[in-house]
Ligand binder design. Structure first.
Ligand SMILES: [Ca+2]
Ligand SMILES: [Ca+2]
Length: 309
């Protein structure tokens, strides 16, 4: 039985010949994530959780214009990964198939292989989203970075197509937006999945951004960027990081969104990321949603998979 579910990082894309700005949730200094390991993290290969058929109110308590209106939605039973897909899991897919991700191919509008990376803005460069040549899932924040010792972090620099390819290889699929939101809310009818306070008694309940985005990240939750999966409390469906850490692809086109640089459809991403901050975008809620170009990989979007029962 499934109960209620609800449906926060807004992007604005400003393209120029050399760089662009993507306005999202929060950001962090360009130091590596996981500098503080204050959390006890769950097993990263926890079995998928089975969710029974049921209904919920999708788009409940809309906070941004793209959310809502609230509507009652019924869903058939499905199971869903307990965590975001990790670098270790994605590496097994690559090893088995030889698949080449979109970030490893010349990108439409840029002409070179790479992906979008958050950089802390400064007076010389006020942008915080940059297309970085050489950024890909093995080098999530640019060619100078790697996933060494980050096997348990969510894989990023993954396009919608890449996520679908992984899911198909695993005998699974990407969730619809409704399935994702139902799973994230886990029956909660509160402002946040865990209650009505963002940080109850000072406890950070998800990997988001604390401080004034995009300049100051206090890292009160222990992580400047991505955290290993499972380091924050699960929701009532025993699912980790549905809110925060990285945004997650769904298989639902974003109604009314303009097409991307290469004319591609924009798909709905859910859950917010380590860049979502109270002063900028409160998209660490189940009902929050964002449009994302299918072919544009970034350093704060990953995914998880589902399977119809
Ligand atoms: Ca954080
Ligand atoms: Ca997430």
């Amino acid at each position: 039985m499934i109960q209620s579910l609800e449906r926060v990082c807004r992007f604005f894309l400003f393209f120029s010949l050399s760089a662009f700005v993507l306005v999202a949730c929060d950001g962090a200094p360009d130091k590596q994530a996981a500098t503080k390991k204050a959390k006890q993290c769950a097993s990263v290969e926890a079995a998928p959780q089975v969710l029974e058929a049921g209904h919920f109110i999708m788009g409940a308590r809309p906070a941004y214009e793209e959310e809502g209106p609230p509507q009652r939605v019924h869903l058939a039973s499905f199971d869903i990964d307990a965590t975001e897909v990790t670098n270790a899991q994605f590496a097994r897919f690559i090893d088995a198939t030889g698949y080449v991700t979109d970030a490893e191919k010349p990108q439409a509008g840029f002409g070179q292989a790479g992906g979008v990376v958050f950089r802390t803005p400064n007076l010389k460069n006020p942008s915080w989203w940059h297309f970085v040549v050489g950024a890909n899932w093995r080098h999530p924040d640019g060619p100078e970075t790697s996933i060494e010792a980050r096997a348990d972090e969510p894989v990023v620099q993954i396009s919608y197509t890449d996520a679908k390819a992984y899911a198909a290889w695993a005998g699974r699929r990407l969730p619809s937006e409704a399935e994702w939101e139902y799973a994230a809310a886990a029956g909660a009818e509160t402002v946040y999945v865990w209650g009505n306070a963002r940080a109850p008694d000072g406890a950070e309940m998800a990997n988001t951004w604390q401080g004034s985005f995009p300049i100051q990240n206090t890292e009160a939750d222990g992580y400047a960027k991505r955290s290993p999966v499972g380091c924050f409390p699960p929701n009532d469906f025993a699912l980790y990081d549905m809110i925060g850490n990285v945004w997650e692809w769904t298989d639902t086109p974003f109604d009314g969104a303009a097409r991307g640089l290469a004319g591609e459809v924009r798909y709905t991403i859910k859950g917010g990321s380590f860049l979502c901050a109270p002063n900028f975008c409160r998209r660490y809620r189940a009902a929050a949603r964002q449009a994302q170009e299918a072919g544009l990989p970034t350093s704060h979007i990953g995914f998880r998979t589902v399977k119809t029962r």
